[in-house]
Design a protein around this ligand. Structure first.
Ligand code: ATP
Ligand code: MG
Length: 201
């Protein structure tokens, strides 16, 4: 929904989503609620530069399909293929520039888990990210808060800590352990229909 003139409050939550899980979804809906965002885009990385060479990564079309399936019934959450369409290495500065070209008056909120926030100082063209967006760090109750970077617009949102990771989920599939309640039913069905993560790690 593009509201004339005012612009939207748009969340941008990037990830590999290999596969998307309840940690991602709980994080996105709670950030949307707390910061009154119109929408949160789950932006599927094409080639996650931090992960190249560390493990096989499922094709982007599979990861996008799973995110679309996971958010289909959730108001305000949307899968985004913007980085897949751009192709190649994904830097948030580039994604923000592309979104800005389409939506000059939107307020952008880049949503990060605490682990991803710790890596922020190493990001490519960080000054552009600082100019274009507010950083939103998702913190677990009781955890030490991530220290805001100097000069950034910064929000921190407390979200229930769910100890689930895509890495563990891939291992579960390859060992035959259950995925139920850790990912949505649609994502479980997608994984088995497409034979993802079957190879031993
Ligand atoms: P992997 O295990 O392959 O690294 P992941 O589970 O960490 O996958 P990513 O796609 O790497 O998922 O993460 C995308 C974003 O989601 C990052 O900002 C990350 O910090 C955040 N995130 C990942 N897992 C959780 C979780 N359980 N709760 C909240 N945020 C999470
Ligand atoms: Mg990760």
């Amino acid at each position: 929904m593009n509201r004339c003139c005012l612009g939207e409050r748009l969340g941008i939550f990037g990830g590999t989503f290999d596969p998307p899980h309840v940690g991602h979804l709980v994080c996105a809906v709670n950030v949307r609620f707390r910061l009154r965002l119109d929408r949160v885009l789950l932006v599927v990385n094409d080639l996650p530069w931090q992960k190249i060479g560390t493990r096989p990564i499922s094709p982007a079309a599979q990861r996008l399909g799973m995110v679309e399936a996971a958010v289909a019934d959730v108001e305000g959450l949307e899968a985004s293929r913007i980085e897949i369409d751009a192709g190649g290495l994904s830097y948030t500065a580039d994604t923000l520039a592309r979104l800005r070209a389409d939506s000059p008056s939107d307020d952008f909120f880049v949503v990060l888990g605490a682990d991803a926030a710790a890596g922020l100082p190493t990001w490519e063209r960080l000054d552009e990210v600082r100019e274009q967006a507010t950083i939103v760090v998702v913190e677990r109750p009781g955890a030490d808060a991530v220290t805001p970077l100097e000069g950034f617009r910064w929000e921190s949102v407390e979200v229930p800590g769910l100890q689930v990771s895509s890495t563990d989920l891939r291992a579960r599939v390859s060992d035959g352990r259950p995925l139920d309640y850790l990912v949505t039913r649609e994502v479980v069905e997608w994984i088995f229909a497409h034979n993802l993560y079957q190879d031993p790690l």
